[in-house]
Design a protein around this ligand. Structure first.
Ligand code: AMP
Ligand code: MG
Length: 472
């Protein structure tokens, strides 16, 4: 296996050397064979017992180095100068033999670190199952994201609102550098570290930026573009991240931290699920603004190194137009439009308004809309329908092409909260059937899978999940 552990070679105040704590009776409850092969981890040649020991932290990953990363962050707008990996351990950095990409392998919930503050450093099995399902679904839906390699139950309870079984998730990310990592050094006025971090991030994620005249600005510009694309992707899928604090905003442009997140059932532009987001700061429709807010915080850090304020301002001004272009392009495909013309933005807006006014299910409506193409169910979508059909009939390929495009652009199944909750409740009773079925169905989200159709359904009124929790 090809370990590099490059972050552990950065200056010592970038992280703390740690040991993961001992899980009394680790048991492997999920292993992502496909991802393991991608990382070359099949070479471990370990049985389930050994995998459970490694991915609970009881046994070091051969060749890895275990560290907890330092970072700061704005949480709901308030700056906290020290957060850091309080319940996570980076156990190694590996180069994929398949694509040559570098990946962090991190345990989440493996015990206290110097950054734990008052927390126990552990995790309940609930959030482990949640992140496993949601991050893997996100990946299969084609959105940049951290992934899940393994889930382990620890054999000990953690105390949350009640006693719950403990778990550890193994997260794989192309790095764990966050906007908050830059803030950590900027707020300490540690320019040397900031410079080193920036060079490291450029080399790791945006190597093209290294060879231009102003690498730091080029780096920033690339991050802006990645974030614009990411949030556009989320919103086209009806995804609400829920806690877009700067410490949860990855420089790589991957979705990071699946806490109180949700895929929307019925559409509402201001939808909030998170129990801790009282003001709706991270409501569905706020996400582009919030990403831009986070990027502004990153710009403030980078400005300490290089460039003029107005350079950063001009790049920040490009964020919303870039976001809109990505978003409306994705949305037009979801509506079967092969290209985006000016009037389409109004058409897309009218569609969303129709969904909202009629409290319609977001994902399901995109799958039902094509039934209007052959007039099998005329009038289902009100005034919007005629207008949309007129537009489709004007484009090359007509209704047939539109139908094909919609099929490949709209998932049959998304990880709906009520199903995820059902999976967690069953796992608490030692029943892994729902979890495993969900893993199976979400591995091919654009394909109808016989016998698993019910995972596409929106919740019935008694199944609706109104609030989601951080799981810390
Ligand atoms: P999050 O809300 O998951 O992004 O976490 C925010 C901060 O709280 C990070 O610094 C975490 O490491 C820390 N944290 C969350 N849960 C725990 C826990 N159970 N023990 C220690 N630190 C935690
Ligand atoms: Mg976090």
């Amino acid at each position: 296996m090809n370990f590099i552990n490059s972050y552990a070679r950065l200056p010592e105040h970038f992280y703390a050397k740690i040991q993961a704590s001992n899980a009394p009776e680790p048991e492997l409850i999920a292993w992502n064979e496909e991802l393991a092969n991608h990382l070359g981890l099949n070479e471990l040649d370990a049985d389930e017992t050994m995998l459970a020991r490694i991915f609970s932290g009881n046994e070091p990953l051969p060749g890895g180095k275990t560290i907890a990363l330092a970072y700061a962050g704005h949480q709901f707008g308030h700056f906290v100068p020290q957060l850091g990996d309080g319940r996570a351990a980076l156990i190694g950095e590996i180069v994929s033999p398949v694509d040559g990409g570098r990946y962090d392998i991190q345990l989440k919930g493996s015990g206290q670190t110097p950054f734990s503050r008052n927390g126990d450093g552990k995790s309940s099995l609930g959030p482990v199952i949640r992140e496993y399902l949601l991050s893997e679904a996100m990946y299969k839906l084609g959105v940049p994201t951290t992934r899940a390699l393994a889930a382990v139950s620890t054999g000990e309870d953690v105390v949350r609102e009640s006693r719950e079984p403990g778990g550890i998730l193994t997260r794989v990310a192309s790095s764990h550098i966050r906007v908050g990592t830059f803030q950590y050094f900027a707020s300490r006025d540690d320019k040397a570290a900031l410079k080193e971090l920036t060079n490291y991030a450029i080399a790791r994620h945006y190597p093209d930026a290294a060879s231009v005249e102003q690498p730091v600005l080029a780096f920033f510009s690339a991050v802006v573009e990645k974030q614009a694309k990411l949030v556009a992707h989320w919103m086209a899928l009806g995804f609400i991240h829920g806690v877009m604090n700067t410490d949860n905003s990855a420089i790589s442009g991957e979705t990071l931290d699946y806490g109180p997140c949700a895929f929307m059932d019925e559409f509402h532009i201001n939808k909030v699920f998170s129990s801790i987001d009282q003001q709706g700061r991270y409501a569905f429709g706020q996400q582009a603004n919030m990403a831009q807010w986070n990027l502004t915080r990153l710009a403030e850090c980078l400005l300490m190194l290089d460039g003029e304020q107005q350079d950063y301002e001009s790049l920040l001004d490009l964020f919303l137009p870039a976001f809109e272009e990505h978003y409306f392009t994705l949305m037009s495909k979801k509506l079967g439009l092969t290209n985006l013309i000016d009037d389409d933005i109004e058409l897309i807006t009218a569609w969303l308004q129709h969904l909202q006014d009629n409290q319609l299910d977001y994902s399901l409506s995109f799958r039902q809309l094509p039934s209007c193409l052959d007039n099998s169910e005329p009038g289902t979508f009100g005034e919007f329908e005629a207008r949309w059909l007129q537009r489709i009939d004007k484009q090359a390929g007509g209704r047939e092409e539109a139908g094909r495009l919609m099929k490949s652009s709209n998932p049959v199944v998304i990880p709906r909260n009520h199903q995820v909750e059902r999976a967690i409740e069953a796992v608490f009773e030692d029943d892994f059937s729902v979890f495993n079925e969900l893993r199976q169905v979400l591995a091919e989200p654009f394909t109808k899978q016989p016998g698993l159709e019910h995972y596409s359904n929106p919740p019935q009124s008694h199944e609706r999940v109104m609030r989601t929790f951080c799981g810390t």
